[in-house]
Ligand binder design. Structure first.
Ligand code: FES
Length: 230
């Protein structure tokens, strides 16, 4: 495979034909945040958190899907790049429910980790939030679509790795949503038994393993027996 050189953050790097900017950066120990990218899945390029500055390019480019080219001069953490990532993160958080304290992934999800790295706290923007009922009927997966950022990793993990195609994308614009079947029932799929491959791919608390407390509640209703003492 043909090798060539480029420059990232002022240092020369060696790249190979077909590599993306992100791959070369990571190979050289440079951390670029990603939300919709996974090396195990095909590319989506949906979240824009991975943008970098390329000399000569008018706009910032997504590093996860832009091939690196010979002689490219790239900045991964310039003020312009960091500003753009912060705005993207603020927009994501502005439409995200403020329930992290009671989320199964608590403040430990990728979204919150990247927000903390970018020093993003309360978003400046006010956007309508998506509220959907919690889907906790399935004994294998709990879905809370209010927390979904539409990275599509669950859709791809399910179809490309598990080969099950449980999820699909439906609706348009603000109403766009990851759905199961015709989106008319909460998720309850036997096909997900012994799978759950989508859960670790989810960068938020939208997909979680069912909590034992919730499972116990649905499995065994509380029955109080005996008589009160006089
Ligand atoms: S990680 Fe590159 S666009 Fe989402």
């Amino acid at each position: 495979m043909k090798e060539f050189s480029a420059t990232i953050n002022g240092s020369p790097v060696t790249a190979r034909d077909g590599m993306t900017i992100l791959e070369v950066a990571r190979e050289n120990g440079i951390d670029i945040p990603t939300l919709c990218y996974s090396p195990e899945l095909t590319l989506t390029g949906a979240c824009r958190i991975c943008v970098v500055e390329v000399e000569g390019s008018r706009t910032l480019v997504g590093s996860c899907h832009t091939p690196i080219a010979p002689g490219m001069v790239i900045q991964t953490h310039s003020p312009r790049v960091l500003d753009a990532r912060r705005v993207t993160m603020e927009l994501l958080l502005a439409s995200h429910p403020e329930v992290c304290i009671v989320c199964d992934k608590a403040n430990m999800c990728d979204l919150r980790k990247i927000a903390a790295d970018l020093d993003v706290g309360l978003p400046r923007f006010r956007l309508p939030k998506h509220y959907f009922p919690m889907e906790d009927v399935s004994p294998y997966i709990t879905r809370d679509m209010s927390k979904c950022i539409q990275c599509w990793k669950c859709v791809k993990a399910c179809s490309e790795i598990a080969k099950k195609n449980v999820y699909g994308i439906a609706y348009r614009g603000f109403k766009s949503k990851v759905v199961v079947d015709f989106d008319d029932q909460p998720m309850d799929k036997e096909v997900c038994r012994d799978c759950g491959i989508c859960i670790p791919f989810c960068p938020t608390g939208a997909l979680c393993k069912p909590s034992p407390v919730r499972q116990a509640k649905t499995a065994r209703p509380l029955v109080i027996t005996g008589t009160a003492q006089q």
